[in-house]
Design a protein around this ligand. Structure first.
Ligand code: ATP
Ligand code: MG
Length: 411
């Protein structure tokens, strides 16, 4: 509530109910509070409250920064701030993502994409959200900005491997560095506080590869630096090429610069066919037909793949099934592959397949986990393998070719 007398403003503020772990982690005296947390445990929400409280204690000419890795996330924070404050308590600038509060202090939402924009003056406190996904230069810029004011900062995020500045800073804080506090928040803390539901977490545990679940929900960094399959698990699945007959195929089609890859699995899910080539569409269709024959095959039907699949299915060859890659369908497909690798249910030869698997990365986004090859690298073999593993678990397809008899032509 805000009352203004002639030149005196009194603000009555009630802090929203927060869980004890949110209060302990962030509302303490440490100048630097570092929090490694489960996803959806309420770290952003608690920090929005924290930055508002800091700004309410500030005055005209003082800035309070909210920093997110990319502009879109800074915008989300801006919207959440507005949604949490009474309309009469701030004056927004939509293009600059700033809120000027009734006391004249400003909350500024910024992206860490251009660290040069994080050098400033008169910044009295800051939150760095999703720190493990932002560049180290951004942190250096922010720290130098806060030097003059000795402003406090809250650095929060999910964990992501061990090779990032947020991980290193968290270890410093954990070891008791003066002026720093450290807290780890797991999904179980959030369940106890009633913020997350147990069912949701158990579902995530079943669906996600173990190392992804541990990073996302238990805040335990993976040793595999963002590899969803696990380096050791990949090595454990390496075996010579099988000489048994294929029972299913995965086919990833070349798009602009990459390769078409056909992978066949035998009845024990060992790779027994591996073809990788760049050809015209007609030759590609011909090769896929020849290699797969009448055996069931799951074919990438994304974009131009749709027309290719249609050609493959001509002559009622319904042993060819299509798979459209979208962010969620790729996530599900790759998680199936990760589980198969971690349980050593499949085997593949050393070389292109194992190299692509080792280079593969996952990244957390607001909508889920994104799986892809690092830029400049290929993931066609990974996709073909994942398609083959997916179709391998479906019932065996028996396809009988109908001979066209001379009798039939009369009828
Ligand atoms: N103390 C609380 N009581 C009830 N609900 C809460 C509390 N804190 C946060 N929430 C709710 O939990 C949800 C997740 O919160 P928030 O977005 O802050 O989590 P996060 O840890 O930042 O998640 P992400 O991993 O997506 O960044 C939101 O809907 C938020 O409103
Ligand atoms: Mg968040």
């Amino acid at each position: 509530m805000i009352k203004t007398n002639e030149n005196k403003i009194s603000i009555r503020y009630n802090r929203p109910a927060l869980a004890n772990y949110q209060l302990d982690a962030l509302f303490n005296d440490a100048r630097y509070a570092i929090v490694e947390s489960s996803t959806k445990a309420g770290k952003t929400a608690a920090c929005l409250v924290w930055i508002i409280e800091q700004a309410l204690q500030g005055k005209s000419g003082q800035d309070f920064w909210w920093i997110a890795p990319v502009y879109g996330q800074a915008r989300i924070a801006f919207r959440r701030l507005k949604a949490g404050l009474p309309r009469e308590s701030y004056n927004p600038n939509e293009s600059e993502l700033t809120l000027t509060l009734i006391n004249g202090a400003r909350i500024v939402c910024k992206s860490a994409e251009k660290p040069d924009n994080l050098y400033g003056e008169d910044v009295y406190a800051a939150v760095f959200d999703e720190a493990s996904r932002a560049r180290e230069e951004a942190w250096h810029a922010l720290r130098s900005t806060l030097t003059a004011t000795r402003g406090k900062v809250r650095i929060i995020g999910n964990v992501k491997g061990r090779k990032n500045w947020a991980y290193k800073l968290a270890r410093k804080a954990e070891s008791g560095e003066p002026g720093m506090s450290y807290q780890k928040i797991t999904a179980y803390d959030a369940i106890d506080a009633g913020i997350l539901s147990e069912d949701e977490i158990e579902d995530a545990r079943r669906q996600l590869p173990d190392n992804v679940f541990r990073e996302l929900y238990l805040a335990e960094p993976s040793d595999d630096e963002g590899n969803p399959f696990g380096m050791i698990a990949i090595q454990d699945c390496i075996a010579p090429m099988s000489s048994s007959q294929p029972v299913c195929f995965g086919v990833d089609l070349a798009k602009s610069t990459d390769y078409t890859v056909i992978i066949g699995l035998d009845a024990n899910k060992n790779v027994c066919v591996f073809e990788r080539f760049q050809k015209s569409w007609n030759e590609t269709i011909e090769t896929v037909r020849r290699v797969c024959g009448k055996t069931k095959a799951l074919v990438d039907s994304t974009g131009v793949g749709d027309a290719v699949l249609e050609s493959l299915q001509k002559d009622s060859r319904s042993n060819f099934e299509g798979f459209k890659f979208t962010a969620p369908s790729k996530q599900q497909l790759m998680e199936g592959l990760a589980v198969a690798i971690q349980k050593q249910e499949i085997h593949f030869p050393d070389g292109v397949i194992s190299n692509e698997l080792e280079a593969f990365e996952y990244e957390y986004t607001r909508t889920g986990v994104r799986y892809s090859a690092p830029s400049g690298m290929h993931d066609d073999a990974v996709c073909a393998l994942a398609l083959a593993v997916s179709i391998a678990s479906q019932p065996v397809y028996e396809w009988e070719e109908e001979e066209t008899t001379s009798e039939q032509t009369y009828w």
